[in-house]
Write a protein that binds this ligand. Sequence first.
Ligand SMILES: [Zn+2]
Length: 85
Amino acid sequence: MHDHKECTECMQFLELLSDYHDGELDLALVTKFEVHMIDCERCQAVVKTLRQTIVYYGETRCKAVPQEVHSGIMNAIRACIDTKE
Ligand SMILES: [Zn+2]
């Protein structure tokens, strides 16, 4: 189960998410992220959603992660932290 500490870890990873997706993240961090995701359904869902969004926007030849998607991800994680307080 998730506790507050794990949500903080999610925040750290999700702030690196665009670098992760772009393949610009340090390999050690990528490995850490992927290990974290094995036990974290929240991050799995976020990455899955992001990839679907990228595929969709990729078809329109826009590579950047839309700001509204990024904001939505961050809001979801902040909501997680709020419920644990
Ligand atoms: Zn997580």
